[in-house]
Design a protein around this ligand. Structure first.
Ligand SMILES: Nc1ncnc2c1ncn2[C@@H]1O[C@H](COP(=O)(O)OP(=O)(O)OP(=O)(O)O)[C@@H](O)[C@H]1O
Ligand SMILES: [Mg+2]
Length: 228
C-alpha cells in the first residue's frame, strides 16, 4: 500500500457519566492510504461520528494515537491543531454547523478568509455554482432547506483544497438527484486531485463507490474490515 496519510493506533474514547464509564470506541487501529476513498459504516450509535471527530482532530481520544500526514496530532496544542483543521482537512458535519449570521457565500468563503486567501470569493462562487446553489448565495442558513445547507457545508469543507475530506452523512438530507450531485463532486475530487475521502454513511450508493468499507459495531471494528 502507498504511504498512509492517516493512521490510528489503539484509539479509545470513553465518556464518564457519574460513576459509569461508557466505552464509545475501543482499541481502533487502522491505516488510510493517501488518495484512498474509504466509507465508515455501521448502525446508528456504533461510533461513526465519534471516530471521524477523532481522526480529523476535532475531538481528542481518551487513549491511543492519530498520525495525520506524518504528524502525531494527539500531541498538538489547540493552537497547533488550528491549521490542521482549517487547511489539511475539510469536515462536513452531520448537523452542518453553518454560521447563521453569514450568508451562503460568506459561509463558504470563511475558512479561506481565515488564511487571507485573496481568491476566497472566486473559489466560493465557483463551488456554489458546481452544487447548483449560485442563486441562493445571498441567502442565510435559516432561509435554506436542509439539503441546501448540506451543500453549503460541503463547499465550505472544500474551499481550502484539503488533502483529506471527512464527511459525516454527506447526503443524509438530500433527495436522490442532489445526492448524486454530491457523490459526483466528492468522487471527482478523489479522481482528479487525489483527495483522500473518509465518509461516514448509511448510503449503499456511496458505499458502492468506495475503495474500502470500514464497519463499526458497538465501537469496535467489525472482523475483517480493518485490512489495509
Ligand atoms: N458527548 C457524549 N457523551 C456521552 N455519550 C456520547 C457523546 N457523544 C456520543 N455519545 C454516544 O456514543 C455513541 C456513538 O455515537 P456516534 O454519534 O459516534 O454514533 P454514530 O454511529 O455516528 O450514529 P448515527 O448513525 O446515528 O449518526 C452513542 O451511543 C452516543 O450516545
Ligand atoms: Mg453519526
Amino acid at each position: 500500500m502507498t504511504e498512509a496519510i492517516l493512521e490510528a493506533r489503539g484509539l479509545t474514547k470513553i465518556y464518564t457519566i457519574g460513576e459509569h464509564r461508557e466505552h464509545i470506541l475501543s482499541d481502533i487501529s487502522l491505516q488510510i492510504a493517501a488518495g484512498e476513498f474509504v466509507v465508515v459504516s455501521g448502525s446508528s450509535g456504533s461510533g461513526k461520528t465519534t471516530l471521524l471527530s477523532l481522526l480529523s482532530g476535532l475531538d481528542r481520544p481518551t487513549s491511543g494515537r492519530i498520525i495525520l500526514a506524518g504528524r502525531d496530532i494527539t500531541e498538538l496544542s489547540e493552537d497547533q491543531l488550528a491549521p490542521v483543521r482549517n487547511v489539511d482537512t475539510g469536515f462536513v458535519f452531520q448537523a452542518f454547523h453553518l454560521i447563521p449570521s453569514l450568508n451562503a457565500l460568506e459561509n463558504v468563503m470563511f475558512p479561506a478568509e481565515l488564511r487571507h486567501d485573496r481568491a476566497a470569493a472566486a473559489k466560493a462562487e465557483n463551488l456554489l455554482r458546481r452544487v447548483g446553489l449560485w442563486e441562493r448565495r445571498t441567502s442565510f442558513p435559516p432561509q435554506l432547506s436542509g439539503g441546501e445547507k448540506q451543500r453549503v457545508a460541503i463547499c465550505r469543507a472544500l474551499i481550502n483544497d484539503p488533502k483529506i475530506v471527512f464527511a459525516d452523512e454527506p447526503t443524509g438530507n438530500l433527495d436522490s438527484e442532489n445526492s448524486r450531485g454530491i457523490v459526483e463532486l466528492l468522487a471527482g475530487l478523489h479522481r482528479e486531485r487525489g483527495t483522500t475521502l473518509v465518509l461516514a454513511t448509511h448510503s449503499p450508493e456511496i458505499a458502492a463507490r468506495a475503495e474500502r468499507i470500514i464497519v463499526l459495531h458497538d465501537g469496535r471494528l467489525a472482523e475483517g474490515t480493518e485490512g489495509n
